[in-house]
Design a binder for this molecule. Sequence first.
Ligand code: ATP
Ligand code: MG
Length: 330
Amino acid sequence: MSETKKRILTGDRTTGKLHLGHYVGSLQNRVRLQHDYDTFILLADVQALTTHFENPGLIHNSIYDVAIDNLSVGLDPEHVTLFLQSQISAIAELTVFYSMLVSVNVLRHNPTIKTEAKQYGYDDLTYGFLGYPVSQSADITFCNADLVPVGEDQLPHMELTRKIVRRFNDMYGETLKEPQAMLSDCPRLAGLDGNSKMGKSLGNAIYLSDAPQVVTEKVRSAITDTNRISVKTPGNPDVCMVSQYHKVFNSEDYDNICSMCRSASIGCVACKKQLSEKLNTMLDPFREKRAYYEAHRDEVRDIIVSGSEKANKVGDETVKKVKDAMSISL
Ligand code: ATP
Ligand code: MG
């Protein structure tokens, strides 16, 4: 059955727990499409090393956190292949081969690399960090993915992957599949602090695993219109994070809330309360599933082990094809 289905590959770095940005940017699409596509979900622990190599404990614990986040939003382990990047030798091998096809200058000018280097304060990039988009091309192509549901920050990496595939196929003959990116309706959810991206390494996120009172507290701390000094002053929803979240998570009330804000007929406290209630209602079923997996961590481990075995089989076939095409086999 699954041979006839197209394949999805996507995933997350194991650098911490997943947040609402992941949910609307990628996880929601994964859940929606999991029965129509043969879905591969990558726990990217090697890519996590590119920025968190000094914190192996965090990377290791995050393997379980990220796996449970994915399972708690409704990914069905009977249908999806959840696997660990470091266990897949094909990814490491393909990364080496693809690195011959990409110039250092192309990587240096990659806009996501530039933004992230600034975010981490890197002025001298490691070889591993600069090259992670090449490794990501290996993540995507080792399993012949057709579709990659991602947030907007990943588009430059998707473009690079497509270029590598075309270059490889032109040079060595048709071998690799050219994948397509899939953006969601909300490809970049902003952070509580007003940063244009909610990021797990940015400290500005509401996590899928946050308890109800934590969600309420965080929403209370979100940046609103700083010119709105009292409830009686009309507000400007265009510069308010809370209104942006209403738009995504409470779309049916969004227009009404914006007009009440502009006419000063709703205050920030009430507006934030509405939002946190809405978010907690959405998160409640995830919390139930999470409680199950937290209590059955051995089951989570088994899911990752068998997913990695399956992914390795697929990867070994791809590496054989690639080596044959490059005439580097005996
Ligand atoms: P880090 O800061 O450690 O890089 P991250 O929050 O960027 O973490 P990743 O694991 O790098 O998370 O990204 C996993 C997926 O989630 C990617 O497809 C990414 O585009 C998407 N994503 C992450 N943050 C957001 C966001 N704020 N809005 C929409 N999509 C997002
Ligand atoms: Mg990231």
